[in-house]
Design a binder for this molecule. Structure first.
Ligand code: NAD
Ligand code: IPM
Ligand code: MN
Length: 367
């Protein structure tokens, strides 16, 4: 069966990381798989080409694809463009239109990197947690979202945090289902002490747990304390479920537990289709376009490659291939290969392409 992938490499290091996945896909096709890929523009490069962060025709292609692979968008070149067409708007549009409400951000500490983090080895060694971020609601999309001139030399900016019961119900359902396949423990993070949306979040997660998932251990934590606990002793967590903005921030914190933002993959999933059971899905690294290192060939491609492993697992049920790809990443790290962001004493520094090639070679060898 052919798997149709839309590749949206984007800006900055996005295309550099995507190039490594393209090589991998070509190798997998040689090995007998049937991926069909198409490239399209998103972000600043799309704005430069046609004045929008993504063209309508490409949104339609994303909706029709079996899965979307996304690199990264944004950069200082587009700092001055109108808010509605800024590069990041392309990504937000895709998340909303494809209804990708569940964003899985696993943070795994590969054994070979346990000694090279800014945190103590015993804190992160063996770490395997999953941040589940609600991705289509909250302050990212709530209306009104405005800046108004008050006419007295002052302006007022308004962002609105909105959550409806069904949005919290469906993301907590995913959290409990995922926990059952892991260590059976969910920690829900909100700020019910200051936010009405936090009160509802807590109430709905608790009710969902009671109704359908009481076999799973559930804890609640205020999100600020949760950030602290993530750095103090992250191994206390299994699945963390939280809203869109807290999930954005907490997952960047979690990235550093794995050694670098360049290590963290993600999967953004919709609900299964009632007839086919298939989910709309987009896979992307957690990092951005890294303007400070773009064009130098030194970006870490692991987050992008591991995002493709998640695509194999969640969109195509290719569990053996996903396992083999993740094992290839671990093995290359164990051999001492490091991009600059994860470099430590005695290790061999390699560029983006060399890291990609080494992972692909291991993947092929293990077939
Ligand atoms: P960033 O993630 O691009 O970079 C933060 C730091 O991490 C930089 O020092 C960068 O060099 C480093 N880094 C990130 N990925 C790396 C990798 N793969 N290998 C090595 N080092 C890596 O975040 P930022 O600088 O805050 O944002 C830059 C632009 O990216 C902004 O326009 C922002 O909106 C955008 N952004 C896009 C996405 C996305 O497309 N999904 C995500 C985050 C930020
Ligand atoms: C992320 C990014 C995005 C977000 C930006 C680029 C819109 O930071 O995917 O983590 O804030 O969700
Ligand atoms: Mn982010």
């Amino acid at each position: 069966m052919t798997h149709k992938l839309l590749l949206l490499a984007g800006d900055g290091i996005g295309p550099e990381a995507m190039a490594e996945v393209k090589k991998l896909i070509a190798v997998m096709n040689e090995m007998g798989h049937a991926f069909e890929t198409e490239d399209a523009l998103v972000g600043g490069c799309a704005y430069d080409a046609h004045g929008a962060a993504i063209a309508e025709v490409d949104v339609a292609k994303a909706m029709a694809a079996d899965a979307v692979l996304f690199g990264a968008v944004g950069g200082p070149k587009w700092d001055g463009v109108p808010y509605d067409v800024r590069p990041e708007a392309g990504l937000l549009r895709l998340r909303k239109d494809m209804d990708l409400f569940a964003n899985l951000r696993p943070a795994i500490c590969y054994p070979a990197l346990a000694s090279s983090s800014s945190l103590k080895q015993e804190v992160i060694e063996g770490l395997d947690i999953l941040i589940l971020r609600e991705l289509t609601g909250g302050v990212y999309f709530g209306e009104p979202k405005t800046i108004t001139d008050l006419g007295n030399g002052q302006k007022r900016a308004v962002d609105t945090q909105v959550y409806d019961t069904y949005e919290i119900e469906r993301i907590s359902g995913v959290a409990f289902e995922l926990a059952r396949t892991r260590k059976n423990h969910v920690t829900s993070m909100e700020k019910r002490n200051v936010m009405k949306s936090g009160v509802l979040w807590n109430e709905v997660v608790t009710a969902t747990h009671k109704a359908k998932y009481s076999d799973v251990k559930l804890d609640h934590m205020l999100a600020d304390a949760g950030g602290m606990q993530l750095v103090r002793w992250p191994k206390q967590f299994d699945v963390i479920v939280c809203d869109n903005l807290f999930g954005d921030m907490l997952s960047d914190v979690a990235a550093m537990l794995t050694g670098s933002l360049g290590m963290l993959p993600s999967a953004s999933l919709g609900a299964p289709d009632e007839k086919t059971g298939k989910r709309k899905a987009l896979y992307e690294p957690v990092h951005g376009s890294a303007p400070d290192i773009a064009g130098k060939g030194i970006a870490n491609p692991i987050a992008m490659i591991a995002s493709f492993a998640m695509c194999l697992r969640y969109s195509f049920d290719m569990v053996a291939e996903a396992d083999r790809l993740e094992a290839a990443i671990a093995s290359v790290l164990a051999d001492g290969l490091r991009t600059k962001d994860i470099l430590s004493d005695g290790m061999r520094e390699v560029g983006t392409a060399e890291m990609g090639d080494a992972i692909i070679a291991k993947f092929r060898e293990a077939a």
